[in-house]
Design a protein around this ligand. Structure first.
Ligand code: GDP
Length: 424
């Protein structure tokens, strides 16, 4: 698996943490390439549960160099707190590398995120209020502050002062908030800088050298394809590019260095927060999916909306990411249902759509066209070989890959790392 990009093929929460963790066992380098501490990866090893929001899951293996790439936005206080938590659990994050070009989330980003959401009222995006969107805004306005700026105190101070000049006006005049103090922020952040110094480096070069040396590199995406700022269900999206292309820009590698793109999808589908969701179930079946699947956010605890697997959206994800293979997770959750449904097309405004619609208006009015398949009515959480899966479950996998247009090579039937098998 020399260079593998792992992407979420739905609206996030597909179980990427578990699969990336599985790949990390054999990896040398694991790279996060977008987002910030708005993603939560749950990793379960035996009795231990880890929830990481920023550090790649590979950190738990001493042989892995975990990397936070330039495409991420980093709240240094959160990063340091995560490192401390790991140390307390006996995991040394000393190998962690942070791109000198990664942008920092500043206290005013968090503040703006929160007050803007409040201001938007019922039209709010449902952000995690961690300052991620405003940090990306500053990056693209060329007002951002990067990790490397922490090591030039004069420039750092100038940048914070300049940034705050505008932000304080917005905070006080638009949102009726108190102004923030540059001096205090500078002092706090230079302190973080000192602690992070051993970790900050040119991670693009590090990754390039690893690939050249034939090492195994895993690029671990956060969120999912349908939350991509360009290819997702805008505006109910995240502020970065979770698609495979984002791994290239967000880690600083070229397309020819990538060997494999692994898309992670749940055997059903969920989404957090607002936005269109054609196969959403507001009935008893949807509620059962939430309960059996434990569909509550890792970071926020928010209840996720659930529905049948949408293969129109999955086919779209295969296309925009160039997915070469799929991992299907949480197949065990479907054991509860006598009949399973697959969304195979949409009907909207009097027309049939076989491909994911380009227009928001069409998407909002979509009702799914389903194909029904028999369930298997038996517990599959102990299954570890494809041959041992009930026939109906194998038929389900075959139909999904046919509709999606990519082979399912990994199947997950429970939260534990061992509850997984390969399917060639
Ligand atoms: P991620 O952000 O994509 O890693 O997804 P989350 O960690 O938010 O959600 C995945 C959740 O599902 C975690 O609690 C996992 O332990 C759990 N999980 C992963 N794979 C499976 C599976 O095959 N079956 C079941 N029942 N749970 C799983």
């Amino acid at each position: 698996m020399p260079a593998t990009i792992v992407v979420g093929a739905q609206w996030g929460d597909e179980g990427k943490g578990k699969i990336a963790n599985l790949l990390a066992q054999e990896a040398d380098v694991v790279v996060r390439f977008q987002g910030g501490n708005n993603a939560g990866h749950t990793i379960v090893i035996g009795e231990q549960r880890f929830a990481l929001s920023l550090i790649p899951s590979g950190v738990i293996y001493p042989n892995v160099v975990p990397v936070i790439g330039n495409g991420c936005v980093v709240d240094p206080a959160v990063l340091l707190a995560e490192m401390d938590t790991l140390r307390k659990r006996g995991i040394d994050p000393g190998n962690l590398r942070l791109s000198a070009n990664a942008h920092l989330i500043m206290p005013y980003h968090r503040k703006l995120d929160a007050v803007r959401e409040r201001f938007l009222g019922h039209q709010r995006i449902g952000t995690t209020k961690r300052g991620i969107g405003p940090a990306y805004q500053d990056k693209f306005s060329r007002l951002g502050i990067r990790a490397q700026d922490l090591y030039d105190p004069k420039i750092f101070r100038d940048k914070v002062e300049m940034g705050l000049k505008e932000k304080n006006r917005i905070l006080t005049k638009v949102f009726n908030q108190l102004a923030m103090d540059a001096g205090q922020i500078v002092e706090e952040y230079l302190g973080y800088g000192a602690r992070l110094l051993p970790h900050v480096t040119d991670t693009s070069l590090l990754v390039w050298e690893a690939i050249r040396a034939g090492k195994n590199v895993v690029f671990e995406g956060a969120q999912g394809t349908l939350l991509d700022i360009d290819h997702g269900t805008y505006p109910f999206v995240t502020s970065s590019n979770p698609v495979a292309g984002g791994a290239l820009t967000g880690a600083g590698v070229g397309p020819r260095d990538i060997d494999r793109v692994l898309g992670i999808a749940k055997a059903y589908i969920s989404r957090v927060g607002s936005g269109p969701f054609p196969t959403e179930l507001s009935d008893e079946v949807g509620e059962q999916m939430v309960q059996i699947g434990g569909e509550f956010g890792t970071v926020t605890g928010r209840r996720r909306r659930c529905g049948w697997l949408d293969t129109v959206a999955l086919r779209y994800a295969v296309r925009v990411n160039g997915i070469t293979e799929l991992a299907l997770t949480k197949l065990d959750v479907l054991s509860a249902f006598p009949t399973l449904r697959l969304g195979v097309a949409y009907s909207s405004l009097g027309e049939r759509y076989d491909e994911f619609p380009r227009q928001q208006r069409v998407l909002y009015n979509c009702t799914p066209i389903y194909e029904d398949l028999p369930g298997w009515n038996t517990d599959i959480t102990e299954v570890r070989r494809l041959e041992d899966l009930p026939k109906a479950a194998r038929a389900y996998l075959e139909r999904v890959e046919q509709l999606a247009g990519a082979p399912i090579t990994i199947v997950s039937v429970g939260p534990e790392r061992s509850a997984t098998f390969l399917r060639q």
